[in-house]
Design a binder for this molecule. Structure first.
Ligand SMILES: Cc1cc2nc3c(=O)[nH]c(=O)nc-3n(C[C@H](O)[C@H](O)[C@H](O)COP(=O)(O)OP(=O)(O)OC[C@H]3O[C@@H](n4cnc5c(N)ncnc54)[C@H](O)[C@@H]3O)c2cc1C
Length: 452
């Protein structure tokens, strides 16, 4: 017989946003139960952003060492994965242990429940033998799992996902990667820098399909120049595993590798959430939310499951919106005009708002300009890159922008502000830009726009 407990709010799933919601509602005086079946903090700190960026940061050190010859003398680079694996264990994930994160929650006044939370009716959540009845409501932050596509033979092989790669102690000799999106290209480049022979297989005609075609071309050029094999527009017939190796049949040819990473996107795990008990479709691809992150009366959703962008900063942004609503504040509510995203490869690919194609689809009178080279500093540091701006001619403002190059994820912050705050192009054309920075190329790009 299950016990019933009344609280103000139940949070199911503690990704970055769920943790924020639980902590801030408790600090705001509400009685909060937070439920997590795996690790408090979710995908980002344990299997996603943080370990992958640690890998890429170490890879960048190797690349920098390799650049010494011909620029500054000589240097010998001998890659060693051990310090990377140690740092991921010791500094990023506490060996995949969330004791510190649970304590942080409890110190903030949250009641923590370890287990799978399941809706069993409006404002009711079952965790093991306990049913929580939430006076105010339930916040869903269950995140997503890696998608494993229905390719013949694949399910029976010992393929890897991101969750396996970030736990590696030893690197394979060669790796096949299915998926040339952000996760696939980042992990490919990080492992390749440490000597792994990598082949990327992408079904779409180019890498990073949602990004500008110029970004995909620049990234493919850089990956190929470094020695990564990039095959785009492929059709995968089957996957087989035998004698310790993988073979992927591409129809006319096949490719082989010691290991296989599947990085073909993410999917929500609605089946276990009991969505049907509150009148929602468990087969849906995402949860429809209003500007306050409400799915329906007494139910909020935040993070990857809302389909607004699978990013930690999206989860946190939406969490702040939901907290404002639950604490009866007056907004501001969710606005997705200037969503930034960064692929942390070398070169980095950073973009905000609409691509040229998306802006045209929306019927905007689009003008674009591209500035190649990242200005004098790009030339000094001998790094390629470009800035592309997408403008609405009628309103005289930017609706999107892309920066590709070293530190693009930092350089583009001014463009995020420009798109978000609708700074007039006329203002961007007449402000000061320090010399010789890479962001000076923003000035050249906006000067290249024909807004007549
Ligand atoms: C390799 C990789 C690299 C990435 N890099 C970046 C990056 O650089 N920048 C960026 O912004 N984003 C990045 N992301 C995406 C980012 O990790 C996610 O967008 C982020 O974690 C936010 O997800 P979320 O809040 O929806 O939930 P998640 O982080 O997925 O957490 C959801 C939590 O809910 C729990 N849960 C699910 N169902 C239940 C249930 N029924 N009961 C109890 N608990 C449940 C899960 O165990 C999980 O811990 C990366 C992702 C990957 C895989």
């Amino acid at each position: 017989m299950s016990a019933s407990t009344e609280v103000d709010v139940v949070v199911i799933g503690l990704g970055p946003g769920g943790e924020y919601v639980a902590t801030n509602l408790a600090k705001g005086g509400l009685d909060v139960v937070a439920v997590e079946s795996r690790l408090v903090g979710g995908e980002c700190p344990y299997y996603g952003c943080v370990p992958s960026k640690m890998m890429l940061s170490a890879a960048a050190s190797l690349d920098e060492g390799r650049r010494v010859r011909g620029r500054a003398g000589t240097a010998e680079v001998h890659p060693d994965w051990t310090p990377v694996a140690d740092r991921i264990r010791d500094e990023a994930t506490d060996d995949w242990d969330d004791t510190v994160a649970v304590k942080r929650l409890e110190d903030a006044g949250v009641t923590f429940a370890r287990g799978a939370g399941r809706l069993v009716g409006d404002r009711q959540v079952e965790v093991g033998d306990t049913t929580y009845v939430a006076r105010r409501g339930v916040v869903l932050n269950p995140g997503t799992d890696p998608v494993v596509p229905p390719i013949e033979g694949l399910a029976d092989t010992p393929y890897w996902t991101n969750r396996d790669v970030v736990q590696l102690r030893e690197l394979p000799g060669s790796l096949l990667v299915i998926g040339g999106g952000a996760i696939g290209v980042e992990l490919s480049q990080a492992l390749h820098a440490f000597g792994v022979d990598v082949t990327i297989l992408e079904l779409a005609p180019r890498l990073l399909p949602p990004e500008e075609p110029e970004s995909a071309a620049a990234l493919e050029k850089a990956l190929t120049a470094a020695g990564i094999r990039v095959l785009t527009g492929v059709s995968i017939e089957s996957v087989a595993y035998a004698d310790g190796g993988f073979t992927i049949d591409l129809g006319d040819v096949s490719v082989t590798g010691d290991k296989l990473l599947v990085a073909t996107g993410r999917k929500p795990k609605f089946a276990e959430l009991g969505l049907d008990t509150v009148g929602l479709d468990p087969e849906a691809r995402s949860l429809e939310t209003d500007e306050r992150m409400r799915v329906k009366d007494g139910l909020w959703a935040i993070g990857d499951v809302t389909g607004k962008g699978a990013f930690t900063h999206m989860s946190m942004y939406q969490a702040a919106v939901a907290v404002r609503d639950l604490l009866d504040e007056d907004g501001p509510w969710a606005d997705y005009r200037a969503v930034p995203r960064v692929t942390f490869t070398h070169p980095e690919v950073a973009s905000v708002g609409l691509s040229e194609a998306q802006a045209k689809e929306q019927g905007i009178d689009v003008r674009t300009a591209v500035d190649e080279g990242l200005g004098t500093r790009g030339w000094i540091v001998q790094q390629d890159g470009f800035i592309k701006v997408v403008a609405d001619r009628e309103r005289g403002v930017l609706v999107g922008a892309t920066v590709v190059g070293p530190s693009a994820g930092e350089i583009f912050s001014m463009l995020v502000t420009a798109v978000h705050a609708e700074v007039p192009v006329a203002t961007l054309r007449t402000m000061h830009y320090a010399y010789p920075t890479m962001h000076r190329a923003v000035e050249s790009a906006v000067n290249g726009l024909d807004l007549a």
